[in-house]
Design a protein around this ligand. Structure first.
Ligand code: URA
Length: 241
């Protein structure tokens, strides 16, 4: 049985073919373990990655997958596309068909992308309240003038969605290059923000999500490369939410 989120008693009753009253008894007898601890209540919410044991029998134990990927240009942030190559096509992992993208990048944007099969985790990272910082290096067609930083910090009104963007940080690197930090991910947000100044984005690269970058202490992901997050990287990201 593959579950997203469900009540413990429902899961046990279906797996052991017993009624809910008997599940209550097993829980009271501390014979059901959730993630290594006796279940606290029959209505405890579990998901597909909760480890569930009945006495010594493992009823469910699936490890979630967390992947970081260096997206190249010319690839769509989707799991399927009738025309273009997708990021999933470039990830040769046994669970690739279960993965979803945590925060899309445009077709020509490069850089750090996360993928997982743990919907609960990706929601935590992308919730509007989570405020995880996304760091971008942006190259513009025209020179960046002094008024950009204040406009990014103040927020811009997008009438189509009737929203004002959250304060964003813009740091000038040189006349045509800036680093931008966003805490949200609206549709084509960076291109539209520079669009206010009629300044087209010619290259866009996401260098970090929270504290996570394309490099760690052991390696640096080249364009098109991916690997599973280390425990340390996962912990660092979880600390950002
Ligand atoms: N903003 C954009 O305009 N495009 C991206 O891919 C990411 C942020």
């Amino acid at each position: 049985m593959s579950i997203s989120r469900t009540r413990l008693d429902r899961f046990i009753s279906e797996r052991l073919s017993i009624n809910r009253r008997d599940v209550r008894l097993l829980v009271a007898q501390r014979r059901i373990q959730v993630d290594g601890r006796p279940a606290s209540a029959i209505n405890q919410v579990i998901d597909r990655f909760s480890q569930i044991c009945f006495d010594d029998e493992v009823l469910q134990s699936e490890q979630p997958t967390y992947i970081k990927f260096h997206k190249p240009t010319g690839v769509v942030s989707a799991t399927e596309d009738p025309v273009h190559k997708t990021v999933i096509d470039l990830i040769d992992h046994p669970k690739a068909d279960q993965l979803h993208i945590v925060g899309r990048l445009d077709y020509n944007t490069t850089g750090l992308m996360l993928l997982t099969n743990n919907g609960h985790w990706s929601r935590q990272l992308t919730l509007p309240g989570s405020k995880v910082e996304k760091h971008y290096r942006v190259t513009l067609q025209n020179p960046i003038t002094d008024d950009y930083a204040a406009a990014f910090a103040e927020g811009m009104y997008f009438p189509f969605e009737d929203i004002t963007t959250a304060p964003a940080q813009l740091t000038l690197i040189d006349e045509f290059t800036a680093d931008v930090v966003l805490t949200e991910g609206k549709y084509h947000q960076i291109k539209r923000m520079f669009g206010r100044f009629r300044n087209p984005v010619v290259a866009l690269h996401r260098s970090a999500i929270g504290e996570l970058t394309l490099a760690n202490e052991n390696d640096d992901l080249d364009t098109g490369e991916w690997r599973e997050l280390t425990l340390r990287e996962k912990a660092v990201l979880d600390g950002s939410t």
